[in-house]
Structures are given as structure tokens and as C-alpha cells.
Design a protein around this ligand. Structure first.
Ligand code: NAP
Ligand code: MN
Length: 279
């Protein structure tokens, strides 16, 4: 068997760095080869934010790599391996073929007078106005849909639905569904500006165009990255063709993550309030 090539990215804090050193030693002992340029597996050590960084570092090779997340704090949505489990993880990486789990991504094309920039998001795209209230026309599949006025818009992937999207009351979507969700941040509703009010979910091959005043200075968030744009003609959001792949050396069910993160879980297998179920 050809030795497995891997890359590693850590959050940069002391614990994550120590774990990274430990990982490299264990990996070398098991015959894994470090290859930052063309890895098969990308390991992130830190939190979900670290995995977002790893994703963006390798986004040009997104179809070819499998991500593995180790968390140093709370259980993550992208990071399931715990601090004390590095030996087990490296053993599995050296001896077994992982199951690949693929999640949809969001494609964001920002059309300006100077040309079009395309981005891929693992969690979400956010749009806000730097100078004040955002005013934007939303079109779905080239038909006018609504005129938005408010703090901003969040367009999330299914796996990003547990992030920013959840804080603005969006639904949680299982990443098996190839979709994107559009949610509002504090919309103003009156006779002139009327929005749907609830978040809505679009399937693959649909697209949502967001049209703003080209004079407006826009703040664009792509996962943890924040950019500013002016002279934007439109922003086109759709489910990306490419997916992100996670290398699973053991199962990590999505609904368990949701339960453990938001409802609570104890050793007896009971979860939070569900414990007192009627008989
Ligand atoms: P951060 O400010 O450290 O992240 C905020 C929190 O979101 C962290 O606890 C992070 O987990 C968690 N998170 C990241 N992706 C998640 C996901 N898919 N599901 C559930 N929780 C998730 O910044 P960051 O670590 O660079 O993460 C950027 C993300 O933060 C954005 O993509 C956005 O989803 C989220 N965010 C949320 C709000 C909000 O809820 N009001 C505002 C801004 C950004 P870790 O601690 O494990 O990194
Ligand atoms: Mn973080």
C-alpha cells in the first residue's frame, strides 16, 4: 500500500501546536508522509473555525482531499476527534480506508464593474452594508422575489445551517440534502419593504441573485473571511458543483452532533428534556 500523504493545520494556540507535534511524530512512526502541497487527507486541529481555514487553504483541491477534524475544546460540527484519541486516529489512517462523506458547498459569484469573483463557502455567505441598513432586491431564478431592507442576509450550506444561520432562526438541514438556505438578519417590514420573514430553502440548479445599489459599500462574509466590495452589480448564489469530502474513520452522525451541541446528552443515552418522556 502506498503511504498516505497528509497535511495538518492547527489553530495556533499552545495545546493545538503540541497536538500537531504529537500527530507528526505518531504519523512518522506509522509510515504516513507529510505533504502540504498535494495531501490526500487534511487534518485540522483546533475547532470548527480551524477546519474552515483548512478548507479555504485547500479549496483549489477540494474534490481531491478528505478532511479530518480534531477538536481541542468542545465537540465540533466538523471536528469529532478528541485530544486523547490521536494514537487511535493515526493507527486507523495507517491501516484502513476511510468512508467518504460529502457535503454540499455554496457558490457565490460577485459581479462588479471590474469583473466577476467567485467564492466557495463551507458554512455561509453573509451580506451586510458597511454604512448602514442593507437594501437589496432578491430574485429567484431571474424572477423578482422580494425587496429586503434590514441588517443583512445569510445564505448557508446544509452543514453551515448550525452556524450563523441558526442564530437568525434558520432551520437545520441535513447535509445529505443538496440545498442552500436564505435567512434574514433583522428585516424591516412595512408598506414599502416586505420580505418573506421566514428563511427559505432552494434546491440545486436554482439560483438567487441579490441586487444592491452599486454605490453601496458592502461587507461580504465567506465563512470566517470578511471582504469589502463596491460597484457590485449583483451577487449570484447557488449550490456549487463541487462538494467537500470528509474522511470518516468512524461514524459521526449529523443528528447526534446537533443533539449534543444544542440539546445536551448524558452517558445514559438520555438527552436533555427528552429524558422525561411520557409512558
Ligand atoms: P468564531 O467567531 O470563533 O465562530 C463562532 C462559533 O461558531 C464558534 O463556536 C465555532 O466553533 C462555531 N461554528 C463554526 N462553524 C459552525 C457550524 N457549521 N455549526 C455550528 N457551529 C459552528 O469564528 P470561526 O470559528 O472562524 O467560525 C466562523 C463561523 O462562525 C461562521 O462561518 C459562522 O457560521 C459563525 N458565526 C456565527 C455568528 C452568530 O451566530 N451570530 C456570527 C458570526 C459568525 P469553534 O469554536 O469550534 O470554532
Ligand atoms: Mn472559532
Amino acid at each position: 500500500m502506498e503511504s498516505l500523504k497528509y497535511a495538518l493545520l492547527d489553530r495556533g494556540d499552545q495545546l493545538s501546536r503540541e497536538l500537531a507535534d504529537q500527530f507528526h511524530k505518531l504519523a512518522e512512526a506509522r509510515g504516513l508522509v507529510r505533504d502540504d502541497k498535494a495531501p490526500r487527507i487534511v487534518v485540522s486541529i483546533g475547532g470548527d473555525g480551524t477546519l474552515l481555514q483548512a478548507f479555504h487553504r485547500y479549496r483549489d483541491q477540494v474534490g481531491k482531499v478528505g478532511f479530518v477534524g480534531v477538536h481541542t475544546g468542545h465537540l465540533g460540527f466538523y471536528a469529532d476527534w478528541k485530544v486523547g484519541e490521536l494514537t487511535e486516529l493515526v493507527d486507523l489512517m495507517a491501516t484502513t480506508e476511510p468512508t467518504t462523506v460529502s457535503y454540499p458547498l455554496l457558490k457565490v459569484e460577485i459581479v462588479t464593474d471590474g469583473g466577476t469573483s467567485a467564492y466557495l463557502a463551507l458554512n455561509e455567505f453573509t451580506l451586510k452594508s458597511v454604512e448602514g441598513t442593507l437594501v437589496a432586491q432578491l430574485n429567484i431564478n431571474d424572477e423578482p422575489f422580494e425587496m429586503f431592507r434590514g441588517d443583512g442576509i445569510v445564505v448557508s450550506t446544509p452543514s453551515g445551517s448550525t452556524g450563523y444561520n441558526k442564530s437568525v432562526n434558520g432551520a437545520i438541514i441535513h447535509p445529505y440534502l443538496e440545498a442552500m438556505q436564505i435567512a434574514e438578519i433583522a428585516s424591516i417590514n412595512n408598506r414599502v419593504y416586505r420580505t418573506l420573514g421566514s428563511s427559505f430553502i432552494l434546491p440545486k440548479h436554482h439560483h438567487c441573485d441579490i441586487v444592491t445599489d452599486p454605490e453601496e459599500l458592502l461587507s461580504v462574509g465567506i465563512d470566517h473571511l470578511v471582504l469589502q466590495f463596491r460597484e457590485v452589480r449583483s451577487i449570484i448564489c447557488s449550490v456549487a458543483e463541487d462538494k467537500v469530502h470528509f474522511a470518516r474513520y468512524r461514524p459521526f452522525p449529523f443528528w447526534n452532533r446537533v443533539r449534543d451541541a444544542f440539546i445536551g446528552y448524558d452517558e445514559n443515552g438520555d438527552s436533555g428534556r427528552a429524558r422525561k418522556r411520557p409512558r
